[in-house]
Design a protein around this ligand. Structure first.
Ligand SMILES: *[C@@H]1O[C@H](CO)[C@@H](O)[C@H](O)[C@H]1NC(C)=O
Ligand SMILES: *[C@@H]1O[C@H](CO)[C@@H](O)[C@H](O)[C@H]1NC(C)=O
Ligand SMILES: [Zn+2]
Length: 438
């Protein structure tokens, strides 16, 4: 028996992406709210995993395991929900994605004179080296904090960027990424923000008027696991006990683990679920670290952005019940301004951003998410960004199957346009709430 278990593990490690053999992915496009809600209400039943979120008239991409594919297709046909195949076999598509990244690595390795390249996805080591180097090179304005550790013992590194070491009462802006392991594109948008705040300063007012906290990789264990082993990994890598299910189903969905309405909706008690909420709120050191930052700076924090992918969306609370918060007008108008800043720079083959309340926009609620928590604690402007992942379906020139990753050739573009949104968001937050505590 022991030998068999060992063999299974060894095989799993060597056969890359084998787990996803036979899985398919579909584009789905609900054309009205009724279709959107019908679709999202089936998420638990068909184990649907939306890699790119759908909204009304916004095509999403959903992964479906082999045993649910027939029923899912029957359901789509019955409800007349527009759909088409995205990938016939996930394993094959992942192998192609890997090659794309590898080819790009070979092509660009020799010409990277700069420090952190934006022409490909980077390993955690490269990202951490960059963060360390920035702290070392700019000690006057940058403070590296790495006092807490991930479940597997990796340092959780974030930068505090300030002209006076956070000693004045400037409003604080917080941005994080990578809480969901597989959302690789989110991380460079935050390192790029660091670059624009300290290395290539074209908006000097941002440091004159604000203090910044930038946390590029909230879930480093998950990122490494996704990068090296399982591309679709989403959760942390924690183990709660020594039981078999713990080993087979590790980790907690970080964005269901915050201490607000925890595990009430759109989260799961099942350890094996990709949206497992954990044994209790803040069971994960990764989410506790974010929670501690919010607590420490709550008096001055005016803007909180957590970057996710995909969907080209800017979403705001309340995500757990779809109600609008007291300052929904500000949340919406600042959201629109940020989206416009992106849309102005975006490429013609990418969809425009959608802005709205999370639950109303994506058609399902989720509890224990960090944006709701930060808003509940008193941060006036809190957002979830869903970065763009897929080119427009109407673009005839795009005849290639699209993979599960934003093609690395678009990383720089997404960083530049997302930075424009951060700039706009910061300035608008300053106008609206800059005097929060004076
Ligand atoms: C910032 O980067 C741009 C584009 O590479 C460059 O043209 C510009 O000179 C840089 N500005 C500063 C202040 O470093
Ligand atoms: C939704 O949640 C918010 C925040 O907890 C609360 O203020 C609001 O009353 C809730 N809405 C409904 C309809 O329960
Ligand atoms: Zn996410």
């Amino acid at each position: 028996m022991k030998l068999l278990v060992l063999l299974v593990f060894v095989t799993a490690i060597h056969a890359k992406h084998e787990k996803y053999s036979g899985w398919k992915s579909f584009y789905v496009k609900p054309v009205n709210n009724d279709q959107l809600l019908k679709l999202t209400s089936r998420i638990p039943e068909f184990h649907l995993d939306f890699i790119s979120k759908a909204a009304v008239n916004r095509e999403g991409i959903v992964l479906v395991e082999p045993q649910y594919q027939n029923d899912f297709l029957r359901f789509l046909a019955k409800e007349k929900i527009c759909h088409r195949i995205h990938s016939e076999d996930l394993k094959e598509q992942f192998d192609i994605d890997d090659q794309k990244i590898e080819v790009r690595n070979l092509a660009t390795r020799s010409i990277n004179g700069g420090r952190l390249p934006y022409d490909n996805y980077q390993t955690l080591d490269v990202i951490y080296e960059y963060i360390d180097q920035i702290a070392e090179d700019y000690p006057e304005i940058v403070t590296l904090v790495s006092s807490s550790k991930s479940f597997q013992g990796r340092p959780l590194k974030y930068l505090k960027i300030s002209k006076d070491k956070f000693s004045s009462n400037k409003p604080v802006i917080y941005i994080d990424a990578g809480i969901h392991a597989r959302e690789w594109i989110t991380i460079p948008t935050v390192t790029y923000a660091i670059h624009k705040l300290v290395e290539n300063v074209t908006e000097p007012d941002l440091l004159d008027n604000f203090d910044w906290i930038l946390f590029p990789v909230v879930n480093p264990d998950g990122y490494v696991f996704s990068y090296e082993r399982d591309k679709m990994w989403r959760k942390t890598r924690s183990l709660k006990d020594w039981s078999i299910t713990s080993f087979l189903c590790r980790g907690v969905d970080g964005n269901r683990n915050f201490d607000f309405m925890w595990n009430t909706v759109g989260a799961d008690d099942d350890k094996c679920s990709p949206i497992y909420a954990g044994t209790e709120p803040f069971s994960e050191s990764e989410t506790r670290t974010v929670g501690d930052i919010i607590d420490e700076h709550i008096d001055r924090m005016v803007l909180f952005i957590t970057v996710h992918s995909f969907g080209s969306m800017i979403l705001y609370p309340w995500g757990h019940n779809g109600s609008l918060s007291n300052n929904a007008f500000s949340l919406h108008t600042v959201g629109i301004d940020m989206a416009n800043a992106i849309n102005k720079l975006s490429l013609p083959n990418f969809p425009n951003y959608v802005v709205g309340n999370s639950m109303l926009t994506i058609g399902y609620g989720a509890s224990g998410a960090s944006d709701d928590y930060a808003h509940f604690r008193g941060v006036p402007l809190t957002y979830t960004f869903e970065l763009p992942g897929f080119e427009d379906e109407d673009d005839e020139s795009n005849e290639f199957t699209q993979g599960f990753y934003l093609d690395p050739k678009y990383i720089h573009q997404v960083c530049v346009e997302t930075w424009a949104a951060f700039v706009t968001g910061a300035r608008r937050a300053g106008e609206l709430y800059g005097k929060k505590n004076l």
